[in-house]
Write a protein that binds this ligand. Structure first.
Ligand SMILES: NC(=O)c1ccc[n+]([C@@H]2O[C@H](COP(=O)([O-])OP(=O)(O)OC[C@H]3O[C@@H](n4cnc5c(N)ncnc54)[C@H](O)[C@@H]3O)[C@@H](O)[C@H]2O)c1
Ligand SMILES: C[C@@H](O)[C@H](N)C(=O)O
Length: 342
């Protein structure tokens, strides 16, 4: 089967590998659509993310969907021909975190495209059936693949306890911010404000239903939020840029008693946050890491038409043009690129 491996930073190579055999509890999926995530691009550019270093050729891609072509002998939930999306993180299922249902915190999780685990830029992937979700007729494979970043948005909104009537500020209009906005709306937020430093992305957020967009290169975030909320502040801030000034500004933009959810990963682990401001205003500040138990919700939201994910996609290129697709993904205007596999 065809795969693409990252050999070293900036160098993909098309490779033939043996088609995997599904184990007894696995299904074999012919992969059709795969999203390009910022983390894939980071590995492509730098060969590492923090302590995760690409030492051996690695298959990237963890936002995937395709067709089941074979099932292991214990699999009763899926049959060949099913259209599916793959949840990319498979935990140990045994540890305290797994047993509490917070399996995304399992320290033994094997996550696609995180060294040393291969991802989905390949013709076939064998994957545990309990982390494979069937897509109804109404959900396309492209949408199915984007259940992954949508899951990040759903989890962030769950962490922030976004509720009916809330005003939510999302900082950063990349794919995660855009889909956090969708998830916030689905959770009942009636006002969603979005900030970024790239005008075209804010235009896109506006087209996709943001009530107010804030270009922080021109407008002070705190003042804009104050103006919109009559000086109260946002009920929930979802920080989805990873930019240090944006992370710092979350504490000023949230209302007293409100919640800040930190999703974006800063380049530096240490970002100064005013502890007195957190205490005095009784803020809840939550980290949000990947997701758990979100895929069923993501598929249902797509099937109902409650959320739109396709609207964030800028282009789809074939697997053979992955190099150009990654370079295009690095352009500041791009929100989401995808790879299709025939
Ligand atoms: N916690 C998790 O589980 C998790 C999962 C996926 C991604 N992430 C992180 O979330 C962040 C967003 O992911 P993405 O794929 O959308 O990234 P992205 O780089 O595509 O989007 C980030 C956006 O933030 C904007 N931005 C830059 N500076 C800003 C500022 N000062 N104020 C507002 N916006 C600003 C950028 O222009 C860009 O549009 C990244 O840091 C990523 O690493 C975290
Ligand atoms: C969650 C996922 O989208 C992210 N890129 C990660 O590797 O953690």
């Amino acid at each position: 089967m065809r795969t693409v491996v990252l050999r070293e930073p900036g160098q993909f190579e098309m490779r033939e590998r043996d088609r995997p055999e599904p184990a007894d509890d696995e299904v074999l999926v012919a992969v059709r659509d795969v999203g390009i995530c910022g983390s894939d691009v980071h590995y492509y550019e730098h060969g590492r993310i923090g302590d995760y270093v690409v030492e051996d050729p690695l298959v990237l891609g963890h936002e995937s969907a395709g067709d089941v072509v074979a099932v292991g002998e214990n699999v009763e939930t899926l049959v060949p021909g099913a259209r599916v999306t793959l949840e990319p993180g498979v935990p140990c299922r045994q540890c305290r975190h797994c047993k509490r249902g917070e399996y995304h915190l399992c320290t033994d999780v094997e996550f696609m495209a995180t060294p040393p685990h291969d991802g989905a830029f390949a013709e076939y992937v064998a994957w545990p059936a309990d982390f494979v979700y069937e897509l109804p007729e109404a959900v396309s494979l492209r949408e199915g693949a984007l259940c992954e970043p949508l899951s990040v948005g759903i989890h962030a909104c769950r962490r922030g306890d976004v509720g009916v009537g809330d005003t939510v500020l999302v900082t950063g209009a990349g794919p995660i911010g855009m889909l956090a906005m969708e998830a916030a709306r689905a959770a009942g937020a009636t006002d969603v404000l979005v900030s970024d430093v790239v005008g075209s992305k804010l235009d896109r957020a506006l087209d996709r239903g943001a009530d107010r967009v804030i270009d922080v290169t021109e407008t002070d975030l705190d003042s804009a939020v104050d103006e919109y909320t009559d000086g109260v502040g946002a009920d929930v801030v979802v920080e989805a840029s990873g930019a240090e000034p944006s992370i710092e500004s979350t504490l000023d933009a949230v209302r007293r008693g409100g919640t800040v959810v930190l999703v974006g990963l800063a380049d530096e682990a240490e970002v100064p946050l005013d502890v007195l401001e957190i205490i005095d205003n009784e803020l809840d500040v939550h980290g949000s890491f990947r997701y758990a138990n979100t895929y069923d919700a993501a598929v249902d939201l797509l099937a109902d038409g409650t959320v739109d994910v396709e609207g964030i996609v800028d282009f789809t290129d074939p697997l053979e043009e992955i190099d150009a697709a990654f370079r295009r993904s690095m352009e500041p205007d791009t929100v989401k690129g995808m790879i299709s596999i025939d």
